[in-house]
Design a protein around this ligand. Structure first.
Ligand code: M6R
Length: 364
């Protein structure tokens, strides 16, 4: 049931504080300020390489997680979209860990990749939202997200819950491998537990985003830029906009602009810049200035500090709460989801059932 919402997608966007909190309850011990994972029947300290495979939005969650596994646990990560994975004849060390991420647990390409890895002797970990799904049944380590049923074809709450689980898994691995001490673990847990309130604070800007959607709706092309763990969010923002508003959109790593896509920039191409203030901010802002110097119309998504520093001259700004870099990818998911949603509403498209798309892609 949609309740007071116009669309399931809108309802699911607004459920995120609740379902992320719900998911985190299974992955952290709040009092002890420790990460807590389900029983793991293999030696996680022996894992020295992870292969992540997923599709679409779940793949972008995996891209964010790669930063975390490498930063916290110092474990190298390979990541592929499932449809490419098997055909490149990947090198899979016997006993390696393969991690599959899926809302539905039924995506045909991801499931086929899982079975391929099983045959290659991999340990199979699965982050999945449907606990009765094929992927859930075939996992050695089942890591459920507790997002509840996701009806809108555009994935929203499943994504932020996947990120919550993946951050906890990366921290757990780091602790077990001796790469993270108890004090650092407590900080990670504290930051994760701040996520629901920060998601709420991000949702408070719904009206501002709605008010500026008409600036994006007439565009033929839109670019999204981000850096570091926020680069996958640029990809996710572009995917959301394409899916439900049918506007052509691309996500780029901010630093890649000048290697080609900057040629596209003119005053008709809105450029959405995801730039929380922090260590990567200055670099992203200088990429943003390159766009501005060519007449690009910028929408800056940042916190008050970032907007004060770089907001002048932007077509619009969207203010986010000031958050720790660990949870920025969860929090910055909200404005890109809401922007796609409101642009689609301006255009009058079928938000929950966009053309040509199915909720679960069960053919390869
Ligand atoms: O159920 P899954 O997470 O395996 O689905 C993967 C993709 O099909 C899915 O994320 C798709 O890209 C969404 N429509 C994105 O909004």
């Amino acid at each position: 049931e949609k309740g007071n919402y116009h669309h399931f997608m809108q309802k699911e966007i607004f459920e995120q504080p609740t379902v992320v909190a719900q998911t985190l309850r299974s992955y952290v011990r709040q009092l002890e300020r420790q990460v807590a994972l389900p029983q793991i029947d293999f030696d996680i300290t022996a894992i020295d390489r992870i292969t992540i495979v997923a599709c679409g939005t779940s793949y972008y969650a995996g891209m964010v997680a790669k930063y975390w596994f490498e930063k916290f646990a110092r474990v190298p990560v390979d990541i592929d979209v499932a449809s490419e994975f098997r055909y490149r004849d990947p090198v899979l060390p016997y006993g390696g860990l393969s991690l599959f991420i899926s809302q539905s647990g039924e995506t045909a390409d991801t499931l086929a990749a899982l079975r391929h890895c099983r045959e290659a002797g991999q340990t199979i970990a699965v982050v999945v939202n449907v606990p009765t799904s094929s992927m859930a049944r075939e996992a050695d380590l089942l890591l459920p997200t507790h997002a509840g049923p996701e009806i809108g074809v555009a994935s929203t709450k499943a994504f932020t819950c996947q990120l919550a689980v993946l951050a906890a898994l990366a921290a757990h691995m780091a602790v077990k491998k001796g790469m993270m001490d108890a004090a650092e673990e407590r900080q990670v847990v504290d930051h994760l537990l701040e996520a629901p309130a920060c998601l709420n604070a991000a949702l408070d800007h719904d009206e501002d985003i709605k008010a500026m959607a008409h600036l994006i709706a007439p565009a033929r092309d839109v670019l999204y830029l981000g850096r570091g763990p926020d680069f996958p969010l640029a990809l996710e923002g572009a995917l959301k906009l394409k899916e439900i508003s049918y506007i052509h959109a691309e996500g780029y790593a901010s630093g890649e602009m000048k290697h080609g896509p900057i040629a596209l920039i003119d005053d008709k191409v809105p450029v959405i810049v995801l730039a929380p203030s922090g260590p990567l901010f200055e670099k992203t802002v200088s990429n943003m200035q390159e766009v501005r110097a060519r007449g690009g119309k910028i929408v800056l998504i940042s916190d008050a500090e970032g907007i004060a520093e770089a907001g002048e001259g932007c077509m619009a700004t969207i203010e986010m709460p000031k958050v720790h870099p660990l949870i920025a990818p969860l929090v910055y998911a909200v404005p890109v989801q809401l922007l796609a949603y409101h642009v689609a509403c301006v255009k009058g498209t079928d938000v929950d059932q966009p053309r040509n798309l199915a909720k679960s892609v069960t053919v390869e």
